[in-house]
Design a protein around this ligand. Structure first.
Ligand code: ADP
Length: 494
């Protein structure tokens, strides 16, 4: 739309280093495309290890001054940035939809969600506490305070171009850390707009340094091995997370890792099926299924299987697919061709192993990376899509339990299936039995559980996983701790 085109034309598309917009040292640029049309949107600077070095040098040079600023002043910068984002929701959403594909209504939802991290951490900046006690023998004071960890490396994925940035930048600013930030190469524009907004909000030069690049291994590798960064906060694939953990070992860097998921969505025999349908539509279809929290495996008890499958395919089949910028679109394109190819391969594999298509499955011709909302049932637990993040609008139903059977053994069966994965980010369960909800949420091997809800993400809550889904938490009261070191001072009592 013209809105997006105008907003993109106004953007700074260079690197942002030490308060200056500057082209890549090599002069290189890369093209950002609209996934709904394949059309180029603009070009942005393609940074290299040389640019990365300058960016981290700026962050390191400003760390001490930044750490010495008052918590209130850092809080006010975040609060102003929150207000500017909310004043510019439509513009930011238009840019996000253009580069990433999600429908405008969802993009606006993400802008509000993303802004909320700034408001949350504006409130946390002035509440960084400590501890004070006396040793058991009464001879010493134990004074515990918190200090910023130092320059941080922030790396974000393309699926939530604003919120993944604010969820890291917010606590880093609040804690008093300087930053180097590398947004995903598929969606740099929202991140560049956010950079401008933070500057307008009064963030001092050198505190946030942004390098866009098509060579993340080189840019981030430079930061990881230089010795100047003290912390890396990453959201992305488990594969890349493991590379970063290996590099972090070299300088014993603090790490926060939000990695992949393989979320089970459990519908028990006693579930309210209509509520479960509402929940699974959110858990499955938010962002066209391109979320680490997406319901990847939908386990439905045989007692409610037919009702659930019929209602889900009616809802999924009725969704309007199209360009996210068009009025009425409910499902946009996937982010790139590779994504639609991957979904196609996973669906083909499931079909070969005996799954049935209830709706969807036919990839349309024409431009854009579209895949239709699809429901598969009778999915074999051995199918590849049970062990891979689908990252697309495909609902895979796996029946469990025995019709009218023993509830305890049904619960055991679904827990065994749900926990049979190296990931452990989030699980969803629908039941009206409070004891069953308690037992299943205790025994699911995940960092987050949605009980009778399909949405767990919230700035007030600690987001994160266990097992190979990651380390640390973002948001909530714990989010800022990831950016703080603890110092204990011992003082004899006179
Ligand atoms: P996704 O599947 O979501 O694209 P990735 O893990 O590939 O997940 O990408 C997430 C982020 O990690 C992106 O910003 C990407 O540029 C970055 N990235 C990819 N490869 C590396 C790497 N070798 N080192 C550091 N960052 C990387």
């Amino acid at each position: 739309t013209t809105d997006a085109a105008q907003a993109i034309a106004r953007l700074h598309t260079d690197l942002f280093i030490d308060g200056q917009w500057r082209p890549a040292a090599s002069g290189a640029t890369f093209t950002v495309e609209n996934p709904a049309t394949g059309a180029p949107l603009t070009v942005v600077a393609d940074g290299s290890a040389d640019d990365a070095r300058l960016a981290l040098a700026a962050a390191a040079a400003h760390q001490a001054d930044w750490a010495a600023t008052s918590p209130r002043s850092r809080s006010e910068i975040l609060y102003r940035a929150y207000q500017i984002i909310m004043d510019r929701v439509d513009e930011i959403a238009a840019v996000m939809t253009a580069e990433m594909g999600k429908p405008l209504a969802e993009a606006k939802g993400e802008v509000a969600y993303g802004a909320e991290f700034f408001r949350w951490f504006a409130e946390e900046a002035v509440r960084i506490g400590g501890d004070h006690t006396v040793t058991g023998d009464g001879n010493n004071r134990v004074v515990v305070s918190k200090q910023p960890v130092g320059p941080c490396i922030l790396i974000t994925p393309w699926n939530f171009p604003l919120a993944m940035g604010t969820r890291k930048i917010g606590p880093a600013v609040a804690a008093g850390c300087t930053m180097v930030f590398k947004p995903a190469e598929l969606t740099p524009l929202t991140a560049l707009l956010l950079t401008d907004i933070l500057r307008e909000a009064g963030l001092p030069d050198g505190v946030l340094n942004v390098v866009t690049t098509t060579d993340p291994g080189a840019v981030v590798g430079e930061w990881m091995t230089s010795g100047d960064a003290r912390k890396v906060s990453f959201t992305g694939s488990t594969e890349v997370g493991k590379i970063l953990l290996g590099q972090a070992a070299g300088t014993v860097m603090r790490t926060s890792m939000e990695l992949g998921g393989n979320a089970p969505f459990i519908v028990c025999a006693d579930a309210d099926v209509d509520r479960a349908i509402d929940g699974v539509m959110v858990a499955k279809m938010r962002n066209m299924g391109q979320a680490c929290t997406a319901a990847n495996r939908i386990f439905v008890h045989r007692d409610v299987l037919d009702a659930f499958t019929d209602k889900l395919s009616a809802r999924m089949g009725g969704l309007v697919v199209g360009d996210g910028a068009a009025v009425g679109t409910q499902v946009g394109p996937l982010v790139e061709q590779k994504a639609t190819d991957k979904v196609t391969t996973l669906v083909d594999d499931a079909l070969e192993r005996g799954a049935r298509i209830v709706c969807g499955g036919e990839r349309p011709d024409g431009p854009g990376h579209f895949y239709p909302p699809t429901v598969l049932t009778d999915v074999d637990p051995a199918a590849d899509l049970m062990h891979t993040e689908i990252f697309g609008p495909v609902a895979a139903i796996i029946p469990f339990g025995t019709a009218g059977g023993d509830a305890k053994s049904d619960d055991d069966e679904v827990l065994r299936l749900a926990n049979d994965t190296p990931w452990g980010l989030v699980g969803y369960l629908y039941t009206q039995d409070i004891d069953r909800a308690d037992r299943l949420s205790t025994d699911l091997q995940v960092g987050m559980v949605g009980v009778n809800t399909g949405l767990v993400s919230n700035p007030a809550a600690p987001f994160g996983g266990i097992k190979q889904s990651g380390l640390g938490r973002e948001g909530g009261r714990l989010g800022i701790e990831e950016f703080l070191d603890i110092k204990y001072v011992s003082r004899p009592i006179a």
